[in-house]
Design a protein around this ligand. Structure first.
Ligand SMILES: O=C(O)CCC(=O)C(=O)O
Ligand SMILES: [Fe+2]
Length: 268
């Protein structure tokens, strides 16, 4: 998966955006300063002492740290450049920061969650395009659970999960009635996208998975992953359901504006 998983120095905002749109996600190794994540983890641990909720959000992180909320994670030239390009033509802003703790097989501790089943975040957060910078607060993927992704472009995923903008039934929580929930069954995903479609990255502190509210994902947990894992999701939200703006007409206009194509030059 070299094409979607690279070291920070091997990406530019443009190549990152292109890979992200092609695969529905991308991984940036060493994207974030580990010292900042250490400080964030300490604040999150303190904030967890004050709640029985499984999540700790940006407001509680700021209260515990006095300064950081978690959004600072995205303040790097690459990640900001990526967001600016991805959301070209629409406004975007920080939506929320949510810390999560997923338990390993030997520990079911307080406010640790069971590993999450496959879902798309749009089921819970709604359809407006949301970028999720997912990052662990310690190494994970060997001794502790990591994230599991179905790296498929977001429009294909959206079609697969049955989203048309119309409810398929009534009575469900959040936005779940808009989705064909059976489409996110592991066997259905394998049958549709192939047995080896699942991506379960081994992650170091500082590595970031960039996902969206339109990717099928969950937690990856095996019996050998005995330890719990802490991670943080830093979300940015736009104003529309779509971000892709590189249809053939847009491309032609860009080439034209940059002086690389002059389709009308002989029509004077
Ligand atoms: O951390 C996990 O295992 C799952 C995370 C998730 O569902 C998310 O970031 O939206
Ligand atoms: Fe999720």
């Amino acid at each position: 998966m070299q094409h979607l998983d690279r070291a920070v120095r091997e990406w530019t905002p443009q190549t990152l955006r292109d890979a992200y749109l092609a695969h529905g996600c991308a991984i940036v190794r060493g994207a974030v300063d580990p010292a900042m994540l250490d400080r964030l983890r300490e604040a999150i641990d303190r904030a967890y002492l004050k709640t029985s909720d499984v999540h700790v959000y940006d407001a509680a992180i700021r209260e515990a740290d006095g300064e950081l909320t978690g959004f600072e994670m995205a303040d790097t030239p690459l990640l900001r450049g990526f967001l600016d390009l991805l959301y070209a033509g629409q406004a975007y802003k920080g939506a929320n920061v949510a810390a999560r703790r997923v338990h390993g097989s030997s520990e079911v501790a307080n406010n640790f969650q069971v590993p999450l089943k496959l879902h798309v975040d749009a089921q819970y957060h709604g359809p407006t395009f949301t970028v999720n910078f997912w990052t662990p607060l310690q190494a994970c993927g060997v001794d502790s659970p990591t994230i599991l992704l179905v790296p498929v472009d977001y429009k294909r995923t959206r079609a697969h999960v049955g989203f048309t903008g119309k409810k398929l039934r009534e009575g469900g929580e959040f936005y779940t009635d808009f989705f064909d929930l059976g489409s996110m069954d592991v066997d259905v995903v394998k049958r549709t996208f192939g047995d080896d479609i699942f991506l379960c990255p081994v992650m170091a502190v500082g590595d970031v998975v960039i996902a969206s509210n339109w990717i099928i994902h969950g937690s990856h947990h095996t019996a050998t992953m005995t330890q719990g894992r802490k991670s943080v999701e830093v979300r940015f939200i736009g104003t529309r359901m779509d971000v892709r703006r590189d249809g053939w007409l847009t491309k032609l206009i860009w080439l034209f504006l940059r002086g690389k194509a002059r389709p009308f030059q002989d029509l004077r």
